[in-house]
Design a protein around this ligand. Structure first.
Ligand code: SF4
Length: 445
């Protein structure tokens, strides 16, 4: 085979989908997976590459491609498998990769001509050459020596292949991957281990400069996992005079030098996984580095320097009962968290949480499409699934009521207040439409 056509697809999930989804544009930033994979296609192949994000567009009735690659998370796995079957019946070659495939390789293999597990920087080009030579292997595995420091693993993402108008921003970047922590519910350490992968800082700076980006979003799961690296990165961002938002843990408040550099680097918003206000829960889920006694002080400290908090909380832990909903709602409003988010505990397959609940016979639904953080797929300990579902939905609605937004907005009048207000409006829409997606009642006991 000579040159060929590649289509890269991010299949839709229950909530993130075109038309019927509840993620409005203000909550949609350009994904990096497909644009990175597109950039990794070797020029020597002469291949034509197209990208489809089903979260923002319908797929064409007929995709003109020889090889189709899909990135799969657990919530989109059933849709990915459905599409894979359709494309394979049309004679196309289907490749699956992504976190769900990495965690459940044997399941994914049944639906694909080949799968890629782990990060694909090295295996994806190898796979493409094999495809061209009609020598495709069934499984491509990330090598033990994989590194994001190698120049050949670091092309700039091909953001120009995305439908730009459908995203709030195309200026999304990533400096690191992975996380050093080991939270019981988290997919990251199980899928990719606890070794942080880091890109050379000059590479990130160059990417930002090339895009002339002034407002930047970092997708890194935990930007401060390696504090020394984070300090060097923040120092390098200072001269760029950008605003940026990203993800951190609560540990950001415990290192004065790191905190000062964070502020000077232009940070204006941080997503922080508070998860719970119960020490028992945090201990049992192996996230005890979060200390609820210090939450209010950290939130105040960040607000004082104009950093908006996207604070996330989880409902359904074993220590949670029906009083937890009001307690978390009051905490969020009293502490004026700018952009709070709530999810239902989800035992993603492969995680220690899944294994524990499986052992306790508490997994009640194995429809992966409901593994999206907003459906109940397990038997909670101290409430019924209905109580968990409605309590969670009620908190979303109350925190994003006009009154709730008003109370939280006071104290969040920062330079990015208009962006925060737009995001609050988008989350209000999300909160008020969440119940449309509670299609799981058949499985609830
Ligand atoms: S700190 Fe965050 S990214 Fe790291 S393991 Fe815990 S939940 Fe996952």
């Amino acid at each position: 085979m000579h040159s060929f056509k590649i289509a890269l697809i991010s299949p839709k999930g229950p909530l993130y989908r075109h038309r019927t989804g509840i993620f409005r544009k203000d909550l949609r930033a350009a994904p990096l997976t497909l644009t990175t994979l597109a950039a990794l296609v070797p020029n020597t192949l002469g291949a034509e590459v197209k990208i489809y994000d089903e979260g923002i567009e319908d797929l064409p009735a007929n995709i003109d491609a020889d090889l189709i690659g899909m990135t799969v998370i657990t919530g989109s796995a059933p849709r990915s498998y459905e599409l894979a079957e359709k494309f394979r019946n049309q004679g196309k070659t289907v490749i699956l990769g992504g976190p769900h495939v990495t965690l459940l390789a044997e399941e994914a293999k049944k639906h694909a001509d080949s799968i890629v597990t782990g990060y694909a920087e090295e295996s994806w080009p190898e796979l493409l050459y094999d495809f061209q030579n009609q020598n495709l292997k069934k499984h491509y595995v990330m090598s033990a020596s994989f590194s994001l420091e190698k120049k050949e693993n670091l092309p700039f993402p091909k953001r120009e292949l995305l439908r730009q108008k459908s995203y709030k921003t195309l200026n999304t970047f990533e400096a690191t991957r992975g996380c050093i922590h080991n939270c019981e519910f988290c997919v990251v350490p199980v899928a990719w281990g606890r070794r942080p992968f880091q890109k050379p800082i000059e590479h990130i700076v160059e990417d930002i400069k090339q895009r002339k980006a002034k407002q930047v979003l970092f997708y890194d799961l935990n930007l401060i996992a390696d504090k020394e690296y984070a300090k060097e990165l923040f120092k390098a961002l200072i001269p760029l005079k950008i605003y940026w938002v990203g993800l951190s843990t609560t540990l950001i408040g415990r290192d004065d030098e790191l905190f000062e550099l964070l502020v000077r680097s232009g940070c204006k918003g941080l997503l922080i996984g508070f998860e719970s206000i119960s020490k028992t829960t945090l201990r049992s889920t192996k996230k005890s580095f979060n200390d609820p006694d210090g939450y209010s002080e950290l939130i105040r400290k960040l607000r004082n320097v104009g950093i908006i908090i996207n604070g996330t909380f989880v409902f359904g832990n074993d220590d949670d009962d029906i009083s937890t909903f009001d307690a978390v709602r009051d905490f969020v409003i009293e502490n004026k968290i700018g952009l709070p988010r709530f999810s239902i505990l989800t035992p993603f397959p492969g995680t220690p949480l899944f294994q524990r609940l499986e052992k306790e016979n508490r997994i009640i639904d194995r429809d992966w499409s409901k593994y999206d953080g907003q459906h109940i797929v397990f038997q909670p300990k101290q409430m019924t699934p209905d109580q968990l579902q409605f309590g969670h939905e009620r908190v979303w609605k109350e925190v994003y009521s006009i009154k709730g937004i008003g109370k939280r907005a006071i104290g969040n009048f920062t330079s990015i207040f208009p962006i925060v207000l737009a995001a609050n409006s988008a989350y209000r829409y999300y909160a008020n439409n969440l119940s449309k997606f509670y299609t799981c009642r058949g499985g609830i006991v």
